[in-house]
Design a protein around this ligand. Structure first.
Ligand SMILES: NC(=O)C1=CN([C@@H]2O[C@H](COP(=O)(O)OP(=O)(O)OC[C@H]3O[C@@H](n4cnc5c(N)ncnc54)[C@H](OP(=O)(O)O)[C@@H]3O)[C@@H](O)[C@H]2O)C=CC1
Ligand SMILES: O=C1OC[C@@H](O)[C@H](O)[C@H]1O
Length: 369
């Protein structure tokens, strides 16, 4: 293998909050996280609002002044100097933006949740395969060294057979007051708002990466879903939810909950966001579920073992590094976040919404675009 790092040329689609966090992470020297095999270059940035917004974004994240600024997503996906498009629009727009990029023959890393519903994701997967390009949902949490270590411990039976997992992501946001006009993407049904799609993805990630991902493919069958939702009456999206999953091949149970009214760790006290219960012990992950830095292993008759995993930056670079390795190696998907598993999670969220009579406007549920 060459000793030169493999460089990926990124195209950033949208200039909102997470796009800036991700871009700043791309620009961090990989050596600061002891990564030497891949490197990231921001080739171009596009805003659907204006080219000036893209220019301001480039200046704000301190991307090189040679970075191309576009005033439309169409121009971005047509740029032949881009290897991969990072989609950072609200959930409602992921389907159409990913399709745009895929149809232009571009590889895609799309922010979570992948789409509004599973039928949309099925189409994206089909198109990505037809075009022969790489695609992945940007579930950054899965790529943390902490998550990899937890998956290893679970797979190697450190706490025996995992039979129950409880996971939470409640972030108190006072939506009645803070999002009073109903326009913010957290509560806006036109942007696929609500706790489940935005926050619920993370506790579901903890269930899936401990109760589903470690299983051999022949045992990875769809979980049975039972759920309850409490709505946010001003806009009709879900404010809070509890999802109970039963995994048929192992008989393991998982409870995932998310919401916008209370917090599962109001004062950053190091309270749990997940408890992984096995027949020989437990692993407790500290809040927040999207970027925890600590877990503790408890076993009968043994001192608890606490493990700390610092994040040198925002922590989004680890998913970018893995994406770069996949592109370098010619892979079309990543085994850490396989497309089939994204689809399973999306199907769970579809079931939860169907069980509770929660549908978004037809325009964004549609598979026609
Ligand atoms: N991985 C993580 O930790 C996080 C992931 N996310 C995910 O990232 C996505 C974006 O979230 P976030 O960055 O907070 O959102 P923002 O509202 O800050 O940014 C979204 C951007 O999308 C573009 N956009 C295109 N069409 C629309 C539209 N109709 N309404 C609003 N914006 C539009 C705009 O960029 P422009 O005008 O430049 O085209 C806008 O700035 C979500 O899907 C969310 O789930 C969010 C936060 C954290
Ligand atoms: O992905 C996310 O993680 C952090 C939350 O604050 C944010 O709302 C969500 O989109």
């Amino acid at each position: 293998m060459s000793s030169e790092p493999y460089t990926v040329r990124w195209g950033i689609l949208a200039c909102g909050w997470i796009a800036s966090v991700f871009s700043e992470d791309l620009l961090r020297d990989p050596a600061t996280r002891n990564v030497h095999d891949v490197h990231h270059h921001i080739q171009a940035v596009a805003s659907s609002t204006s080219v000036d917004k893209a220019k301001d974004f480039i200046a704000k994240v301190k991307a090189p002044s040679s970075t191309t600024a576009y005033g439309s997503y169409e121009e971005l996906v047509a740029d032949p100097n881009i290897d991969i498009i990072y989609v950072a629009t609200p959930h409602s727009h992921h389907f159409q933006n990913c399709l745009l990029a895929l149809n232009a023959g571009k590889n895609v890393l799309c922010e979570k949740p992948f789409t509004v519903n599973a039928p949309q994701l099925e189409i994206l997967i089909k198109v990505a395969k037809e075009k022969g390009v790489f695609m992945m949902e940007a579930v950054w949490t899965r790529f943390f060294p902490l998550s990899r270590e937890v998956r290893r411990l679970v797979a190697e039976g450190e706490i025996g057979d995992v039979k129950k997992v409880f996971a939470w992501l409640d972030l108190a946001q006072d939506p009645e007051e803070k999002y009073k006009d109903g326009k913010h993407r957290m509560v806006n049904p036109d942007l696929a708002g609500g706790a489940l799609l935005d926050l619920g993805l993370y506790p579901l990630t903890w269930l899936f990466q401990t109760l589903y991902h470690p299983l051999p493919p022949s045992s990875q069958s769809s979980p049975k879903v039972t759920s309850s939702i409490v709505f946010h009456p001003p806009t009709g999206v879900d404010a809070s939810n509890i999802v109970l999953l039963t995994f048929p091949s192992t008989g393991a149970l998982g409870v995932a909950s998310s919401g916008m009214h209370v917090s599962n760790d109001t004062s950053s006290l190091g309270l749990p966001c997940a408890r992984i219960l096995g027949t020989k012990g437990e692993i407790t992950i500290t809040h927040p579920a999207y970027c925890p830095t600590k877990f503790t292993v408890y076993k009968e008759g043994e001192e608890p073992v606490e493990r700390v995993f610092p994040i040198p930056g925002a922590g989004m670079f680890w998913e970018a590094d893995e994406t770069a390795r996949c592109l370098r190696d010619g892979k079309k998907e990543c085994e850490v976040m396989p497309l089939a598993e994204s689809l399973e999670v999306m199907r769970v969220m579809d079931s939860v919404r169907a069980q509770n009579g929660f549908r978004y406007p037809e325009e964004i549920e549609s598979v026609e675009y």
